[in-house]
Ligand binder design. Structure first.
Ligand SMILES: C[S@@+](CC[C@H](N)C(=O)[O-])C[C@H]1O[C@@H](n2cnc3c(N)ncnc32)[C@H](O)[C@@H]1O
Length: 230
């Protein structure tokens, strides 16, 4: 992608955090973007090589707090990701990994699609992995109020993991990662572990438990209709 030799950085199964995010094999000169990073010190857990540029993006007040309290190797960007200008300072000619863990719940379906389209338009090629909610999980989140801080999911959810391939973002499904596939399941108490594994037998139920959808995109092999940007 950049003309430089690519060596494997890490594979999903080497590290529980990478397995959780679906953050698979990447390149030593990658650009990583964590959309809606919150206070998650993911860069520290992932141990990215020095040449990787890691951009953690969240709304300006959260980004300010993150700069003060989360000290990890990264560039913090304070921006609303549904606007288009925040990407301007990010190098576009390097392989990119875009992750988002929890952001999808807080945006409308159209906003989330627009965000994903804008990142895949910005880069030539890369990977996108995000925590996705099924329609059943979304309905449940509207029915059950877990705490005073509970915010119901705004979008409708995604059942078929191929749906995002139709977002005009050039995404090609690589895999769907259920919670039960994660190595950390070994650390669960036996009953919870058994229930989690049982749930995997029904994709509908397993999807309601949350899963990571992982895609590749390569604009040199996909012709995209220019997406509408806000
Ligand atoms: C559920 S939290 C997840 C935080 C973190 N990824 C984690 O796993 O701990 C979602 C985050 O998305 C951020 N967020 C919501 N809307 C956003 C927007 N329009 N632009 C940027 N960040 C946003 C919130 O401020 C929040 O930090």
């Amino acid at each position: 992608m950049t003309g430089r030799p690519h060596r494997e950085w890490r594979s999903t199964h080497d590290h529980p955090e990478l397995a959780r995010t679906g953050f698979v094999t990447t390149h030593l000169d990658a650009v990583v973007i964590d959309l809606g990073c919150g206070f998650d010190p993911r860069p520290a857990r992932c141990g990215a090589p020095d040449d990787v540029d890691w951009f953690s993006v969240d709304l300006p007040p959260i980004a300010d707090l993150r700069r003060q309290f989360v000290h990890v190797p990264e560039h913090v960007i304070g921006a609303d990701v549904t606007s288009s200008s925040w990407l301007d300072t990010i190098p576009r000619d390097r392989p990119a990994i875009v992750v988002s863990d929890g952001l999808m719940a807080l945006l409308s379906d159209e906003e989330y699609r627009t965000v994903i389209r804008s990142v895949t338009e910005h880069f030539r090629a890369g990977e996108v992995a995000f925590l996705a909610y099924s329609r059943l999980a979304v309905r449940n989140s509207r029915r059950v109020r877990i705490s005073a801080l509970h915010v119901p999911t705004r979008g409708e959810g995604i059942d078929d993991p191929h749906e995002p391939e139709a977002w005009n973002a050039g995404l090609v499904l690589r895999r769907e990662l259920f919670k039960s596939h994660a190595k950390e399941i070994r650390l669960f108490p036996p009953l919870l572990r058994a229930i989690t594994r049982l749930c995997e037998r029904s994709p509908r139920i397993a999807r309601a438990g949350g899963r990571v959808l992982h895609y590749t995109f390569n604009r040199s092999t996909h012709s995209l209709t220019p997406a509408t940007r806000r």
